[in-house]
Design a protein around this ligand. Structure first.
Ligand code: 8YV
Length: 329
């Protein structure tokens, strides 16, 4: 039997390529070039599978141009780069990498919250600029994290990880809003209380966004929501750009409508809204919440396992649209 051909759309670990080469003909992008949609379409000709990283858009036009494609394996838990309905309609499987990045991403969310509340990057810039010449009673005074109210919008696995860190590690009063309520057992484990979105916005001292990006969550935080928040509040986004209206956020930060923000994701990233770049009360990081080597290795392996599991054995590990499998059997 001839081996299936697959494409690895971004640079990955050599061990991931070695593993995939044991099962497939592999074309890879080890140079980590950023391909245009037309280049991606061209590279995908004749390929049965593709390993994507979240940046490559898989939509109806691309699928129609690549009729041999059977599986798109995202190396990310988020999959808003996939048009899952278009994939399902064409019998193309999508997979993602849940669970393996939960704790690492929750660690980072908490670190960003701490850095933002305690003004770490702003004070470091001040020090490096040689401006520190005396002690002052209110120098870089920030907001307390311990004992404060932690609000979480989007209470999936990562949201729960942040809740546990806040409740058990920092004695925070945790409130959350989500499409659906957690089970009483999970609420008790996370020490989290379900509230309306309005109550969440109005009560949180620190609000962390961990919800998936979809049409319904586009600009879930815009001018109206920011206006409801406490002027002393901190906003942290580790979910997706597009959930926050970045222009409205920059305006709110400029007007001190809220105290500070910590952002790992941006609308139109890797471009960042220039108004955000100009502000000192915002901590900005380049979408690195899952970036530890052990976690990235697990993400790459899970994406590869999905390709092998599906194309070689008909059984993916973490399918997004399992109805495709049912149709096939
Ligand atoms: C990825 C992420 O690193 O998993 C996600 O959804 O946002 C990150 O962990 C990024 O999407 C690149 O794959």
């Amino acid at each position: 039997m001839t081996q299936a051909s697959i494409l690895v759309a971004r640079a990955v670990f050599p061990e991931t390529l070695d593993f995939l080469r044991r099962h497939f003909e592999v074309e890879n992008n080890q140079a980590d070039a950023i391909w245009s949609p037309a280049e991606l379409r061209q590279k995908l000709q004749g390929k049965a599978g593709v390993l994507t990283t979240g940046s490559e858009r898989i939509d109806a036009a691309l699928l129609d141009a690549c009729p041999q494609l059977k599986i798109c394996a995202n190396m990310a838990v988020g999959f808003n780069n996939f048009d899952v309905a278009a994939m399902t309609a064409r019998g193309v499987l999508g997979t993602n990498t849940p669970d393996v990045l939960t704790e690492t991403t929750a660690d980072f969310g908490f670190a960003l919250l701490m850095a933002t509340a305690r003004r770490m990057t702003e004070s470091e810039h001040f020090l490096r600029a040689g401006q520190w010449n005396k002690w002052a009673i209110d120098m870089f005074a920030g907001a307390d994290v311990h004992g404060s109210t932690l609000g979480i919008l989007g209470m999936g696995r990562i949201g729960q990880g942040i809740a546990r860190r806040g409740a058990h590690g920092f004695g925070m009063n945790v409130i959350y809003h989500n499409r659906s309520r957690l089970s009483p057992e999970l609420e008790a484990e996370c020490k989290a209380r379900y509230v309306s979105k309005d109550e969440l916005l109005q009560t949180a001292d620190h609000l962390v966004l961990v919800l998936p990006y979809a049409a319904e969550s586009h600009h879930a935080i815009g001018a109206a929501e920011l206006a409801q928040m406490k002027p002393t509040a901190t906003l942290v986004n580790i979910a997706r750009g597009g959930i926050v209206d970045d222009a409205a956020l920059a305006q709110a930060l400029r007007d001190k409508r809220i105290a500070a923000a910590g952002l790992d994701v941006f609308e139109g990233e890797p471009k960042v809204h220039p108004d955000l770049l100009a502000l000192s009360n915002v901590v900005l990081t380049p979408h690195i919440a899952s970036a530890t080597i052990p976690t990235r290795r697990k993400m790459a392996q899970l994406a590869a396992d999905n390709l092998v599991g599906f194309l070689a054995q008909g059984q993916p590990v973490t399918p997004l649209n399992p109805e495709v499998l049912k149709k096939k059997s």
